[in-house]
Design a protein around this ligand. Structure first.
Ligand SMILES: Cc1ncc(COP(=O)(O)O)c(C=O)c1O
Length: 390
C-alpha cells in the first residue's frame, strides 16, 4: 500500500490483476463473480475481444489530436448516439460529473438567452450528480456537500417522485429554466419512481419552457432493460447525460441535447482538452454498436427479471429483508438494518457487490451475464444475506 495516495477512498485490500467476461481474478489467483461492474461501468464485461481490438487498433493509429480539428470517431459516435436516442447534438466530456457540468452550463445559458438573469435548475432530494462544485451542489446529499461550502447557487430542490412539489415550484418561481433528474436514483439506493413520473415532468417542462435534463450516467446504456431508462416512459428529454458504461472502462462522458437545447452552445462557451478524443470515441462507438447489434438491453431486462424472481423466492423467509426492487439489471435488496459488512462477507465468498445508502445492497452485474451465471449470482447472494441475518 502506498502512502502517497490522497486519502479520498477507503479501498478494500483486494487488487485485481485481470478479468474476463463476468469474472475478475485477484493477485492471489482467486476468482470473483463481478456483480458491480466498477459501479455500472464494465457492462459488456471484462476483456471483450471486439473492444480490446478496437482500442489496440486506435492506440496504434492515433490517440489524441484536439477539438481544434475535426475528429472522425467523434462524429461517428455522435451520429450513432443521436440516431439511437432520437437526439440532435452531443458534447463529449470525460466523466459523469463533467457531462452534468455541461448540462448545467447549457441550462444557464439557455435561461440567459431567454432573458432570465438568475436561472434556476430544479433538482431532487437524495439525487447524485457528481463531485465537482456545481454537481455536488446539485446533489441532494449533505455528506457529499459538507465542508465544501459555499455551494454553487441556482438550484431549487424538490422531493423525488413528487410531482406536486415541482408544480408548486412552477407556480411560484419564474426564474426556473430546467429540471435535472435521474430516471432511477442510483446512489440513493435504486429508488424507482412512479411509472408516469417522467411523463408528468415532461408535461410541466413543456408548459413552462423548461428543459427536461435526464442524468442517465448510471441508468443509461442498456442497464435499465432499454438502451436509455427514459424509453420505459415513452418520453424524450431535451438533454441527457451519459458516462460510466459508455466507454466500458475507457473514460468518456456525453451531454446529448435536442431541439432548442441543441442550439444553445456556440464556439467558446464550453470545451475540454481530452473530451471526445479519438481513443475514447472509438471505444464508445464500439461499445454502443455492440450493444445495439447484440440486443444487450433485452438481455438486461430478461436477466433482471430472473435475478429479481430468484432473490424474492430465496429471501422470502428472511425477515431482515425490507424490499427487493429492480429495473433491468439495476437491482436493490433493501435490508432493515445497516449492512455494510455484507460487502466483505460477499468478497470472502468471491462475489463483488456494493452497499449504498447504508442498508441497500446494490447489484449492477454485467449486462452480458448468462442465465446460468445469473442463477449462480442469486444463490451466492441469498447465502450471504441469510448468513448475515443469522
Ligand atoms: C447518476 C450519476 N450521475 C453522475 C455521476 C458522476 O459520475 P462520475 O463519477 O463519472 O463523475 C454518477 C456516479 O456515480 C451517477 O451515478
Amino acid at each position: 500500500m502506498s502512502d502517497h495516495l490522497v486519502k479520498a477512498y477507503s479501498s478494500l485490500p483486494v487488487n485485481f490483476t485481470h478479468g474476463d467476461g463476468c469474472y475478475l481474478w485477484d493477485s492471489e489467483g482467486k476468482q470473483y463473480l463481478d456483480a458491480l461492474c466498477g459501479i455500472s461501468v464494465t457492462s459488456l464485461g471484462h476483456n471483450l475481444p471486439e473492444l480490446t481490438t478496437a482500442i489496440q487498433q486506435q492506440a496504434s493509429t492515433l490517440l489524441h489530436t484536439s477539438n481544434l480539428y475535426s475528429i472522425t470517431w467523434q462524429q461517428k459516435l455522435a451520429d450513432l448516439l443521436c440516431d439511437s436516442a432520437g437526439m440532435d447534438r452531443v458534447f463529449f466530456a470525460n466523466s459523469g460529473a463533467e457531462a452534468n457540468e455541461a448540462a448545467i452550463k447549457l441550462a444557464r445559458l439557455y435561461g440567459h438567452q431567454r432573458g432570465i438573469d438568475n436561472p434556476q435548475i430544479v433538482v431532487m432530494q437524495h439525487a447524485f450528480h457528481g463531485r465537482t462544485m456545481a454537481t455536488l451542489s446539485a446533489t441532494g446529499n449533505r455528506k457529499v456537500q459538507a465542508g465544501f461550502e459555499p455551494l454553487v447557487a441556482g438550484f431549487v430542490r424538490a422531493p423525488y417522485n413528487d410531482i406536486e412539489a415541482v408544480s408548486s415550484i412552477a407556480a411560484n418561481n419564474r426564474q426556473v429554466v430546467a429540471v435535472l433528474v435521474e430516471p432511477v436514483q442510483g446512489e440513493a439506493g435504486i429508488v424507482i419512481p412512479d411509472a408516469d413520473y417522467l411523463q408528468k415532468l415532461r408535461e410541466i417542462c413543456d408548459q413552462n419552457h423548461w428543459l427536461l435534463m435526464l442524468d442517465e450516467v448510471q441508468t443509461g446504456m442498456g442497464r435499465s432493460g432499454k438502451l436509455f431508462a427514459h424509453q420505459h416512459a415513452g418520453i424524450q428529454p431535451d438533454v441527457m447525460t451519459l458516462a460510466k458504461a459508455l466507454g466500458n472502462g475507457v473514460p468518456i462522458g456525453a451531454c446529448i441535447c435536442r431541439g432548442a437545447a441543441a442550439e444553445v452552445f456556440s464556439p467558446g462557451k464550453h470545451g475540454s482538452t481530452f473530451g471526445g478524443n479519438p481513443l475514447a470515441c472509438r471505444a464508445a462507438y464500439t461499445v454502443l454498436d455492440y450493444m445495439i447489434k447484440n440486443n444487450i438491453a433485452n438481455n438486461a431486462a430478461d436477466r433482471g427479471e430472473q435475478l429479481s424472481t430468484a432473490l424474492q423466492q430465496g429471501l422470502a423467509n428472511n425477515i431482515q429483508v425490507a424490499s427487493i426492487r429492480h429495473m433491468g439489471l439495476l437491482l436493490a435488496v433493501e435490508m432493515k438494518q445497516p449492512c455494510a459488512q455484507l460487502v466483505n462477507l460477499a468478497l470472502e465468498q468471491g462475489l463483488l457487490i456494493n452497499v449504498t445508502a447504508d442498508n441497500v445492497v446494490r447489484l449492477l452485474p454485467p449486462l452480458i451475464i448468462s442465465e446460468a451465471q445469473t442463477a449462480d449470482l442469486a444463490q451466492r447472494l441469498i447465502d450471504c444475506i441469510n448468513q448475515f441475518s443469522e
